[in-house]
Ligand binder design. Structure first.
Ligand code: ZN
Ligand code: ZN
Length: 339
C-alpha cells in the first residue's frame, strides 16, 4: 500500500543566489493525488537550469516553498479515481515541466498548447521531484521508452524534450549546418538528434569537458563560446542563458538562417546591427516550453535511437550541491538526483 506518512523533500525557502542556500531539506507530508492524478514514487529526477532559475529567483515565485524538479522518472504507487490514460500501480512514468493546459483557448485549439496562458508547470506552480514522492495529472504523465536506466531517462524529460523543440524551431534543412551555443544537458542530447538526422554540428562553449563530450558525440568542431564556427550556419540554438551570445550566433548564420533561443530566461540582448545580424532574412526565435506532442515525438525518437546520456549522479540529499555545481559550470552532461 502507499505510504501516507511523511517524506524528505527540498523546498525553495528563500529564493536567492545559490551561494545563499535557497534550498532547504525538509520533512513534509507525502502528497495525496487528486482524482485525476497519479502518485509517483521518485526513482530519479534530473537537475535542470530552470531549477536554478526558480531557486535563485530569476523566475517569479509561483508557489511559496515549492519543491523543484521537473524531470521525474518514477513508479506509479496510487491512481486517482478519475485518472485517465490507463495507468496502473507499478507503471514507470515520466513527469515533465508542462502539467496543465486549458484545452479551450485559441493556442490549445491550434495545437500550440505550449503557449496556453493557463498553463501550469511542475516544480514551479506545483511541487516537483526533489522529493521521495510527487503527483502528476494523468493526462500529462509520459510513457517512457525502454532500453534506458531510470537515471538516463530523467534528462530526456526536459533537457531532451526542450532541445528537440528548439531544433524543430530552427527549421534546420536536411544535411544542414547547425551551431550549438553552450553544451550542457540539453545541447548534448539535441546534438545527437541532429547528428542522427544527418546534420553537421559545430559547438561553441567555454567548458573543456563539454568540448571533449561534444567531439566524442560526433561534433565536427568545437570552439570558444563567442568564436566563429569554421563554416556559416543554416541554424543555431542558444542554450547558454547569455544574451551577449545572440550577436555572434546571428553573425555566424548564413543567409536565411534561424537562431532559436532555448532557455526560459536570458540576460539582456545587446543592440543588434541590422546588416551584421539580421539582414538576408536571418531570424531569431524563442522557444516556450513544449507541447505533449513534442514530448511524445522526442521520447519515440529516443526509443528508436539509443542516445548516450551523460548523467553525473547525486544522492537526493545532495540536491543543493548539484545546483551549485550546475551554477558553476562543473557538470558535463545532465546531473540527476537518485531517489
Ligand atoms: Zn489553453
Ligand atoms: Zn527543465
Amino acid at each position: 500500500m502507499m505510504d501516507t506518512g511523511t517524506m524528505t523533500a527540498w523546498q525553495v525557502v528563500a529564493p536567492g543566489p545559490v551561494s545563499s542556500h535557497p534550498l532547504q531539506r525538509v520533512t513534509v507530508s507525502t502528497p495525496q493525488p487528486g482524482p485525476d492524478e497519479l502518485l509517483v514514487k521518485v526513482l530519479a529526477c534530473g537537475v535542470c537550469r530552470t531549477d536554478l532559475h526558480v531557486a535563485e529567483g530569476d523566475l517569479a515565485v509561483h508557489r511559496p516553498r515549492v519543491i523543484p524538479g521537473h524531470e521525474v522518472v518514477g513508479e506509479v504507487v496510487a491512481v486517482g479515481a478519475e485518472a485517465g490514460g490507463g495507468f496502473a500501480v507499478g507503471d514507470r512514468v515520466g513527469v515533465a515541466w508542462l502539467r496543465h493546459t486549458c484545452g479551450q483557448c485559441v493556442y490549445c485549439l491550434r495545437g500550440r498548447e505550449n503557449l496556453c496562458p493557463s498553463s501550469l508547470y511542475t516544480g514551479w506552480d506545483a511541487d516537483g521531484g526533489y522529493a521521495d514522492f510527487t503527483t502528476v495529472p494523468a493526462a500529462f504523465a509520459l510513457r517512457l521508452p525502454t532500453g534506458y536506466s531510470d537515471v538516463e531517462l530523467a534528462p530526456l524529460l526536459c533537457a531532451g524534450i526542450i532541445g528537440y523543440r528548439a531544433l524543430l524551431r530552427t527549421d534546420l534543412p536536411s544535411a544542414g549546418r547547425l551551431g550549438l551555443y553552450g553544451f550542457g544537458g540539453s545541447a548534448h542530447l539535441t546534438a545527437q538528434v541532429a547528428l542522427a538526422q544527418g546534420a553537421r554540428v559545430h559547438v561553441m562553449t567555454r567548458g573543456e569537458r563539454a568540448r571533449e563530450l561534444a567531439l566524442a558525440l560526433g561534433a565536427s568542431s568545437v570552439q570558444g563560446s563567442a568564436d566563429m564556427p569554421p563554416e556559416p550556419l543554416d541554424a543555431a540554438i542558444l542554450f547558454a542563458p547569455v544574451g551577449d551570445l545572440v550577436l555572434p550566433a546571428l553573425a555566424a548564420l548564413d543567409r536565411g538562417g534561424v537562431l532559436a533561443i532555448a532557455g526560459i530566461h536570458l540576460s539582456d540582448i545587446p543592440a543588434l546591427n541590422y546588416q551584421r545580424h539580421l539582414f538576408q532574412e536571418r531570424e531569431i526565435r524563442s522557444v516556450t516550453a513544449n507541447t505533449r506532442a513534442d514530448a511524445r515525438d522526442f521520447l519515440a525518437f529516443a526509443g528508436a535511437h539509443r542516445m548516450a546520456v551523460s548523467t553525473p549522479e547525486y544522492a537526493l540529499d545532495r540536491a543543493d550541491e548539484a545546483l551549485a555545481d550546475l551554477s558553476a559550470g562543473r557538470i558535463a552532461g545532465a546531473a540527476v538526483l537518485r531517489g
